[in-house]
Write a protein that binds this ligand. Structure first.
Ligand SMILES: NC(=O)c1ccc[n+]([C@@H]2O[C@H](COP(=O)([O-])OP(=O)(O)OC[C@H]3O[C@@H](n4cnc5c(N)ncnc54)[C@H](OP(=O)(O)O)[C@@H]3O)[C@@H](O)[C@H]2O)c1
Length: 295
């Protein structure tokens, strides 16, 4: 099938593109910058949807960019890069003469309220208590199209782990130097997924006609992973000590109190509908995921 992938030049997009091409699908990216096998968001707004059987949106400014201050303008960029791109793509799908069969959006588990104890499935409430939860609500609302011909899927992703980007790329050097460790108490839940599985869930959603609605994009064992457990597992795979905690006040000073919630708190998320849809995780547990990524 021909798949249009917004934000497909990024970390998740590169892995998804490779997977889709390896399964015989054709991929066209939507980017801010023109190039080979790409269209721009302006092209999409002005010329409408090119012929395709599926569309995916992965666009979004990196929230945890440590070089960007958590200012009002950066917050607006974080929102617009997700909500506006999703609106542009949803509008193009709704107006297409031959709409795609499937439309997949990746959002985040920030929809669910951080808690040490509560376990969240796709049916759990959320989306209305802080900046990130309200962002996910607006983002998912922007994807809605009044069109029964197109199957809609939203994957609420946890922290994506992979070799060539995301959280691990940012943490690897402190850990390699023996300066790694838990963030704050390390007791906060750490909802994670291997990038190969996140790309796999999107491909599964595109290929399986019976998959629809919300899917949680976290590994099955992530519900029991804490930030401290993650640090310990990283140290053990890298054979380095991982005992130096990063104090919460340092995280707050670097990222600002509102954004540092993403690191100082977490959600225990269960991928119930994802498993019920018969998706088979390649990396269901943390040691095997980290072994694959760090070896
Ligand atoms: N990585 C994670 O741990 C994680 C966790 C939960 C959810 N997610 C979500 O999953 C999606 C993909 O994540 P990722 O890690 O692959 O993201 P990424 O690599 O940081 O960015 C994906 C793409 O978004 C586009 N983009 C960046 N800033 C933009 C802006 N200001 N306006 C418009 N487009 C912009 C870029 O494409 P161009 O430069 O080609 O335009 C970029 O390649 C994102 O929406 C993210 O919020 C990621």
């Amino acid at each position: 099938m021909r798949v249009l992938v917004g934000g497909g030049t990024g970390f998740v997009g590169r892995n998804l593109t490779q997977l889709l091409r390896s399964r015989g699908h054709e991929v066209t990216l939507i980017s801010r910058h023109p190039g080979k096998d790409r269209i721009t968001w302006n092209d999409l707004s002005h010329s409408g949807l090119p012929p395709c059987e599926a569309a995916v949106n992965l666009a979004g400014e990196n929230v945890l960019n440590p070089f960007r201050r958590w200012s009002e303008s950066f917050r607006q960029e974080v929102v617009a890069s997700r909500v506006e791109t999703t609106k542009i793509l949803a509008k193009a799908i709704a107006e297409a003469g031959r709409p795609p069969r499937t439309w997949v959006l990746i959002t985040g588990v920030g929809y669910y309220r951080p808690s040490y104890t509560t376990e969240y499935t796709e049916e759990s409430p959320g989306g209305d208590f802080d900046f990130f939860s309200r962002l996910v609500t607006c983002w998912e609302a922007a994807a809605k199209i009044p069109n029964d011909a197109t199957r809609q899927v939203v994957v609420r992703s946890g922290v994506v782990l992979g070799r060539d980007g995301g959280a691990i790329a940012q943490m690897l050097w402190p850990f390699r130097l023996g300066l790694g460790g838990p963030i704050a108490s390390g007791r906060q839940p750490f909802p994670w997924i291997h990038v190969a599985d996140l790309a796999g869930i999107v491909a599964h959603a595109l290929e399986r006609e019976d998959v629809g609605g919300i899917l949680n994009g976290v590994a099955p064992s992530a519900v029991a992973t804490t930030n401290g457990g993650f640090a310990q597992a990283m140290g053990s795979v890298l054979r380095r000590p991982a005992v130096l905690p990063l104090p919460g006040f340092v995280v707050s000073a670097v990222f600002g109190p509102e954004r540092s919630i993403m690191l100082l708190e977490g959600q225990r998320v269960v991928p119930r509908r994802t498993l019920e849809s018969n998706f088979c995780f390649a990396f269901p547990d943390l040691p095997s995921a980290l072994q694959d990524i760090l070896a």
